[in-house]
Design a protein around this ligand. Structure first.
Ligand SMILES: O=P(O)(O)O[C@H]1O[C@H](CO)[C@@H](O)[C@H]1O
Length: 177
């Protein structure tokens, strides 16, 4: 859900993610940690206030600047919807009121599992489309557009990721809480 004026093809660095305790399709009150497949790893109540590593976030921002991408890299709040359908306008408006800057489907459970496994996490999202917040707009989100923008920007994102992976070893150990 990029804000007005934020280019559609921006990369987005996540500072926080939002998964409320409201039970609805758009904000499911579920966590992958209670999935039977995850139980084998042992359920632990993990602190999520530091879900996204401060050091790795800084490193990702530094690398983006070095690569000349600072104009369109932003930090923000990412919210998940369960999908696979995109959100309605009313749902999108609700997410914005709750403080969300962007919306996706898979990153939050991935981060939850990674934290559960004791990994340090940084989240990078490629913003592929504008979310409709206006009933009068004719533009509609579609999966083809998401795939098209993803392919178009894959190379740039890979450059950031490759550099981040190599340099993340400079920031203490990669595999710690
Ligand atoms: O959750 P993120 O990574 O934003 O990706 C989302 O984007 C795709 C939907 O077009 C889905 O695969 C969903 O997982």
């Amino acid at each position: 859900m990029p804000q007005e004026g934020c280019a559609q093809t921006s990369k987005w660095e996540i500072s926080w993610s939002l998964r409320t305790t409201l039970t609805s399709q758009v904000l499911p009150d579920s966590t992958p940690c209670v999935d039977p497949m995850m139980r084998g790893l042992g359920f632990v109540s993990r602190c999520m206030s530091d879900a996204y590593s401060k050091d790795l976030r800084k490193l990702a921002l530094d690398i983006s600047t070095e690569l000349g991408y600072s104009d369109f890299v932003r930090e923000g709040v990412y919210c998940m919807v369960s999908g696979p359908n995109f959100e309605t306008i009313a749902e999108a408006r609700m997410l914005q009121i709750l403080g969300s800057d962007s919306v996706g489907m898979s990153t939050v459970p991935e981060v939850t599992v990674a934290k559960h496994c004791g990994l340090r996490v940084v989240g990078l999202s490629l913003i592929t489309n504008k979310v409709s917040l206006d009933y009068n707009h004719e533009e509609k989100v579609n999966h083809e557009e998401v795939l098209h923008i993803s392919k178009m920007r894959a190379e740039m994102l890979l450059k950031v990721l490759n550099t981040l992976i190599v340099r993340s070893h400079q920031v203490d150990g990669i595999n710690c809480n």
